[in-house]
Write a protein that binds this ligand. Structure first.
Ligand code: PLP
Length: 377
């Protein structure tokens, strides 16, 4: 199987597995224990913390380990109430449900939530966010890249504009899709909170982090417990997972000047081999795109049979997002971009484990599948 569904999850990489392994058995210990083994475990957590912090090295971060992107987003949104009675939050209609659902909770608690829609190219106009910031605005939450359509959002411009209107407004960026795939430095330099997730960057599922700009704020814990991680995220740390995330972050930081360009080239190999017919086209190409991410729009044709036909040919790709595809309802992201209901989307997403040859093969296979399915109609 050629795995090209790397926005849904990425396979664990061998170096990450190797780094994690000893912490399951011969080095197993609770990082809170006072004995030597516990101290070594705590040092491993700290090492991972420093490595994760270097993912976006233009800023110094405090790193809080969580169970993944969903929890990091929840901690950012529910755990960071505004200063001085601030009562407004601004986000976008493109966000992951872990942002939108928690924004809804704030709304139920009386916070005014403004959700800005993107333009037809799948990118939010920064001015629309900045214009909505007032003295009462506690937080702006915007994703760095969209998981379904791969469009990069102007997070650096948003951060500059928001801070100039209200320096107290906290800017949170969901960088779950970009961490490990793009260079985060410039984009996140002025941002306060950043969510990342291990399983999107070849570390395991069930571990992630919230990066908090040093000096910004201390999120309030979502639940009580034993006081680990300064009480902000209590619970015994997921030691092997955290070590794995640290290793993935180290590699991503090392490769950040080379890997984004290589991933973009991989998409070129796919598009070079794929021949869109009149009823299919590459989607959202006018926007700046997440490296490695390609979308094919299907006019008047459902994506799901295409995903199955590609699977039969040995390619794992997906329709829209993994969170939605089982629910058989149209994705809120496609809706947000204003595409008519008869247009469906499939995504082909490469990672550092894919090759140019695989991408060419995927492009050829997709051309054949789409031609075959059209003819059988
Ligand atoms: N944010 C984005 C943009 C995502 O794509 C995802 C996962 O699909 C998440 C958050 C949630 O991350 P996790 O699966 O680690 O909870």
């Amino acid at each position: 199987m050629i795995y090209l569904d790397n926005a849904a999850t990425t396979p664990l990489s061998a170096d990450v597995l190797q780094a994690m392994e000893p912490w399951f058995h011969e080095r197993a210990a609770n990082p809170s224990s006072v004995h030597g083994a516990g101290v070594r475990a705590a040092e491993a957590v700290d090492r991972a913390r420093r490595r994760v912090g270097r993912l976006a090295a233009a800023t110094t971060w405090d790193v809080i380990f969580t169970s993944g992107g969903t929890e990091s987003n929840a901690l950012a949104i529910l755990g960071t109430p505004g200063r001085g009675g601030s009562r407004r939050m601004i986000t976008t209609t493109l966000e992951h449900p872990s942002v939108l659902q928690n924004a809804m909770r704030l709304e139920q608690a009386g916070v005014e939530v403004i959700t800005v829609a993107p333009g037809p190219h799948g990118v939010v106009d920064p001015e629309r966010i900045i214009d909505a910031v007032d003295a009462r605005t506690a937080m702006v939450s915007i994703m760095h890249a969209n998981n379904e359509i791969g469009t990069m959002q102007p997070v650096a411009d948003v951060a500059v504009g928001v801070k100039s209107r209200n320096p107290d407004t906290i800017v949170h960026v969901d960088a779950v899709q970009t961490a490990g795939k793009d260079d985060l430095d410039r984009a996140l330099a002025l941002v306060d909170l950043v969510s990342i997730s291990g399983h999107k960057m070849h570390a395991p599922m069930g571990v992630g982090a919230l990066l908090v700009r040093r000096g910004c704020c201390r999120p309030t814990a979502l639940f009580g417990g034993g006081g680990q991680q300064w009480g902000v995220r209590p619970g015994t740390e997921n030691l092997p997972g955290i070590v794995g995330l640290g290793q993935a972050a180290r590699r991503a930081a090392d490769e950040r000047k080379t890997e984004p360009a290589r991933l973009r080239e991989l998409v070129d190999h796919f598009t070079g081999a794929f021949e869109p017919r009149g009823w299919s086209e590459m989607g959202f190409t006018e926007a700046s795109r997440l490296p490695g991410h390609a979308v094919v729009l299907l006019h008047g044709h459902r994506a799901e049979p295409v995903v199955h036909a590609m699977h039969e040919r040995g390619f794992v790709i997906s329709a829209g997002s993994a969170c939605h595809s089982r629910q058989r309802r149209r994705s809120h992201v496609l809706e947000a971009t204003g595409l008519p209901p008869e247009v469906d989307a499939i995504r082909i997403v490469a990672s550092r484990q894919n090759t140019a040859d695989q991408m060419r093969q995927a492009g050829e296979a997709l051309t054949e599948v789409l031609t075959g399915q059209r003819n059988s109609h």
